[in-house]
Design a protein around this ligand. Structure first.
Ligand SMILES: NC(=O)c1ccc[n+]([C@@H]2O[C@H](COP(=O)([O-])OP(=O)(O)OC[C@H]3O[C@@H](n4cnc5c(N)ncnc54)[C@H](OP(=O)(O)O)[C@@H]3O)[C@@H](O)[C@H]2O)c1
Length: 278
């Protein structure tokens, strides 16, 4: 059962699950299952009777969340709680997704699952609260933290850069925030592989390997797509946003790599595959 099936990750979970044998997929986008509505949840669980439920539904508009914290919390905390509790009560495995933003800022080495957490924006705080409430209501849940997610569809940095790069001669991009881009297809495959490997429940990081700034990421997007647009590196202060972003959010993926038997592939390779599909 896939909730939030209309999003980037949700669509990729459907694609990855279709490659498996003997699996029936019940995928619900927000129009058929609003995770904040108990009646929707009851109907979906009654129809799907799943063995495993993936929660790809989330309020992900990071800046808008600053102006509508309650709406954000409804989905990222209350919706997640309802799903986790329903799954635990019915003996269903539950996989929830979270973000690099939950880590405390100030680290300068890859972030490990047991590092300190905080949350400097409404979105980050609701995702952290969501993780905690999921694990409280479903102690055997999986929480997969990821970063800088993109796909060939949806709202993401890759598509924004391709659009702006076609419209403008020059773009200024933040070069002092460091992280790891994650292709939603790789994240979906890893989440399914966690289930297949019968991994220990708990928190796992997943991102493509390698490190870059948003400026480096934009550079690679233009290079791989053959976009002719000049790029200028700028500092975070020169591009103020309503929600504060972490300056360093590289995820250590050793834990999931050990379970899956391989490190995630490099972000540039994954980006190349995505750009080939845009
Ligand atoms: N995108 C990133 O860069 C990023 C980074 C780190 C972690 N994550 C996490 O990764 C997960 C997947 O994110 P994504 O990139 O796939 O996000 P996405 O493309 O924005 O997809 C989220 C989906 O959830 C749906 N949704 C919102 N409220 C809902 C509700 N009440 N009930 C059911 N569905 C609802 C949205 O529908 P509508 O479009 O109709 O609102 C959307 O289809 C999320 O947990 C997110 O927090 C994302």
């Amino acid at each position: 059962m896939i909730c939030g099936a209309g999003g980037q990750l949700g669509q990729k979970l459907i694609g990855a699950a279709r490659l498996l044998e003997d699996v029936r997929i019940f995928a619900y986008s927000r129009s058929t299952l609003d995770i904040t509505k108990p009646a929707d949840l009851r109907a979906a669980f009654a129809e799907a009777k799943p063995d495993v439920c993936f929660n790809a539904a989330a309020y992900t508009a990071v800046d808008r969340a600053e102006a509508e914290p309650e709406k954000c919390r409804m989905v990222n905390v209350e919706g997640a709680q309802r799903l986790a509790a329903a799954c635990y009560q019915k003996g269903i495995a539950f996989v929830h997704f979270s973000t690099d933003y939950v880590y405390a800022d100030g680290y300068n080495r890859p972030l490990r699952e047991d590092d300190s957490t905080s949350g400097t924006s409404v979105y980050a705080r609701t995702k952290l609260e969501g993780e905690n409430i999921v694990l409280k209501h479903h102690p055997d849940a999986y929480v997969v933290r990821t970063s800088w997610v993109y796909a060939e569809y949806g709202h993401n940095f890759v598509r924004t850069m391709l659009r702006l790069g076609a419209e403008r001669d020059q773009l200024s991009i933040v070069a002092d925030q460091i992280g790891s881009p994650t292709y939603a297809a790789d994240l979906a495959a890893a989440a399914l592989a966690l289930m297949d490997a019968k991994a220990e429940p708990g928190v796992y990081n997943f991102a493509n390997s390698g490190v870059c700034s948003w400026y480096d990421f934009a550079h690679a997007i233009f290079e791989l797509s053959g976009t002719e647009c000049a790029l200028k590196p700028i500092r975070t202060e020169q591009y103020p946003t309503p929600a504060k972003r972490p300056s360093y959010s590289v995820l250590d993926t050793m834990k999931i790599a050990e379970v899956l038997g391989a490190a995630p592939r490099n972000w540039r390779e994954a980006l190349g595959e995505c750009i080939g599909k845009v």
